[in-house]
Each structure stands twice: as structure tokens, then as C-alpha cells.
Design a protein around this ligand. Structure first.
Ligand SMILES: NC(=O)c1ccc[n+]([C@@H]2O[C@H](COP(=O)([O-])OP(=O)(O)OC[C@H]3O[C@@H](n4cnc5c(N)ncnc54)[C@H](OP(=O)(O)O)[C@@H]3O)[C@@H](O)[C@H]2O)c1
Length: 314
């Protein structure tokens, strides 16, 4: 029987890459992978082609190119790259183009990689955290949550996939433990004693693969995480893996917003939201359900075991 093609946006990135590799690692499975990228000649694109993916050019800023890239596909994995531009409006235009293209191409199952619109919990009038860019509390969350409606409005068969904090941020996003003036390592997280749902980025794609295998999840919002851990638990696991003490430095969200790197205010608000609404946020990311989608789901300790050498210790 002919395989059903899944068109994967962000195929050269963390989430989409995990999905393409999950599809290709299951040669007896029902799906084929169409890896979408702006540059079909990049090393990452060539590596996906070598693994067996069909590599196709797309620019999600160009609606017509998304329409062409989704043509003939059974499924589409849709993700945006907020941190390339920091623009909620751009992110929403990209989501709108993907939803429209999925409708026009008659895609049967879309997985939209999204996050909560935090303004449902923290309205703009709530002064516990600053309003950012005029109309957001957590821009990279709120823009995605607001874009959820583009998929339902377009009448596209969609699963809304609420993702979690990547542990890979410790490698790529400067969030690993840092040496203090005393030479000791400390892990900074502005969440006091509250739990942060985290996941290995590669497992997001594997979970998305599990969602595509479950058409009964069309029309549903699902959430995934590998573990829910406090900052103290993460610091202890880091210490165990690295073989040296790692303290937990629970700065306040206000202090975190003031760190001054691009996006520090957005992330400070994000961690505050996750801490203040721990029950709802963790509750929306059931670990057993995540494992049912992806039996290889890693714990933080397992992820550390495989990745500890890659964490820069500043
Ligand atoms: N870091 C976290 O903890 C975390 C947690 C949850 C959600 N998120 C969200 O994850 C998203 C990023 O996903 P990711 O980490 O998988 O991405 P990533 O690893 O940063 O890679 C970005 C991907 O997006 C593609 N891309 C960017 N602009 C494009 C365009 N105009 N047209 C076509 N493709 C484009 C890139 O493809 P080419 O360069 O090959 O074209 C690349 O594959 C962000 O929106 C972020 O908010 C992050």
C-alpha cells in the first residue's frame, strides 16, 4: 500500500527533525516524510535526504510556497521559529499561511505545535508581570495560542500539540549551570519550588509521530512532557550527571526579566506563568499519555546521560 506523506515544517530543526527521523526509523510504518526547508542544499537537508526523506523547498512567509509544499500530503506538521525574529505578528502570519495551505491542499491531519495563550490566566490588566509588545504577557506563547483558532477557523482536521521546555536549552540557549564567583556551579530558574515540565527536543517529534498514528486525536488539544521537575530536582540531576555539586539559584522572575539578553522579559514572564499556574500547566502535560505516544520518551537523567558533555559550563 502507498505510504501516506507527512509534510514536515521545520524539518531541519529540533521538533520537525525529531518527527522526520521518527518516521524514517519506522520503515514498516504507514507514513513517508517530506522534509520542508528554505534551503534544500544545506548540510541538514542533505542529511535528511540521505536518511530517506523527500526534501522540498518552502518558505512559510510565502503562502503559495506552503500550498505547493503541502500538495498531496496526508498530514502536515506545522511549527514556527519565534526566536529567529521575536515577532508575534510574523509568527501568526506564518501560522495563518500554514492553516490556509492545509485547507487548500485538503490535508487530512495537521499537528500544530503550539503553546497556551497565557492571557487567559493573566489578562493584560494583571500587574503581576509586565505587558510586552503592547498586547502580550508571554509573546511567544500568546501568539501561538491565539493562532490556534486559525486552524479551527479554516476547518482543518487538527491536533493542537502543547509542547514543553526543551532540556536542550541547557546546551543551545545558554541555560546550563554557570560558575559563580566562588567557582561553584549554579542552575538558574525563576520558579521557586514549582515544577517545570521539560522534554528532550527530539521526543517532541517522536510524540508528534504518535499523534499522526492516532486519527482519534483530530480535533483535540494534547500536551506532552518527559518529566515535571523543580529547579532543585534539576540541579540535583545535573550534579549527579556532571559529578560535581550544582546549586539551585531560584532568582525571582523580576530579576530574570532584568538579565538583559534578547527575550529575557518574555522568558521571565513565561517562567512566572508556569510557576503561578503550576497545576494547570503540568496538568495539561500528562507523562503517561506522552509515553503512550512515544514509548522511548526520555527522563531528564536519561537525557543528561546522553548529552551532559554538550552542556557548556560557563
Ligand atoms: N526552546 C524551547 O524550550 C521551546 C519549547 C516549546 C516550544 N518552542 C518553540 O519551538 C519553535 C521552534 O521550533 P524548533 O526548536 O524545532 O526550531 P529550530 O530548531 O530553531 O529550527 C527552526 C526551523 O524552522 C525552519 N524555518 C524557520 N523559518 C522558516 C521559514 N521562513 N520558512 C520555512 N522554514 C523555516 C528552519 O528551517 P530552514 O532553516 O532549514 O529553512 C528550521 O528547521 C519556536 O516557535 C519556539 O517558541 C521552543
Amino acid at each position: 500500500m502507498a505510504k501516506k506523506t507527512i509534510a514536515v515544517v521545520g524539518a531541519t530543526g529540533a521538533q520537525g527533525g525529531g518527527l522526520v527521523r521518527a518516521i524514517l526509523a519506522d520503515p514498516g510504518g504507514e507514513f513517508a516524510a517530506r522534509a520542508l526547508t528554505r534551503d534544500v542544499n544545506s548540510e541538514k537537508a542533505k542529511a535528511l535526504a540521505k536518511l530517506g526523506a523527500e526534501v522540498v523547498a518552502v518558505n512559510i512567509d510565502d503562502a503559495a510556497s506552503v500550498r505547493r509544499a503541502f500538495e498531496g500530503a496526508y498530514g502536515a506538521f506545522c511549527v514556527t521559529a519565534f526566536w529567529e525574529h521575536f515577532s508575534p505578528e510574523k509568527e501568526q502570519a506564518q501560522a495563518r499561511a500554514m492553516a490556509q495551505a492545509a485547507e487548500d491542499a485538503g490535508v487530512k491531519h495537521v499537528v500544530w505545535s503550539t503553546l497556551e495563550d497565557t492571557r487567559k490566566w493573566v489578562p493584560l490588566s494583571d500587574t503581576r508581570m509586565p505587558t510586552l509588545q503592547g498586547r502580550y504577557k508571554v509573546p511567544h506563547f500568546d501568539a501561538k495560542g491565539e493562532a490556534n483558532a486559525f486552524f479551527s477557523d479554516a476547518g482543518v482536521p487538527t491536533t493542537w500539540l502543547n509542547t514543553s521546555f526543551y532540556w536542550d536549552n541547557l546546551i543551545h540557549f545558554g541555560m546550563g549551570p554557570k560558575k559563580g564567583p566562588d567557582g561553584k556551579l549554579a542552575f538558574v530558574l525563576p520558579m521557586a519550588d514549582k515544577k517545570l515540565p521539560g522534554i528532550a527536543a527530539e521526543d517532541i517529534g517522536r510524540c508528534a509521530y504518535g499523534v499522526f498514528k492516532r486519527p482519534d486525536l483530530i480535533g483535540k488539544t494534547v500536551g506532552i512532557a518527559g518529566e515535571h521537575l523543580t529547579g532543585a530536582q534539576m540541579a540535583a540531576a545535573l550534579g549527579e550527571a556532571l559529578g560535581q555539586d550544582v546549586a539551585y539559584n531560584a532568582v525571582t522572575p523580576e530579576a530574570y526579566r532584568g538579565f538583559g539578553f534578547p527575550g529575557a522579559d518574555d522568558l521571565g514572564n513565561m517562567f512566572q506563568f508556569k510557576a503561578d499556574f503550576e497545576k494547570d500547566f503540568c496538568g495539561a502535560r500528562d507523562l503517561g499519555f506522552s509515553r503512550s505516544l512515544n514509548p522511548r520518551l526520555q527522563t531528564f537523567a536519561q537525557w543528561l546521560g546522553a548529552n551532559k558533555e554538550r552542556i557548556p559550563l560557563g
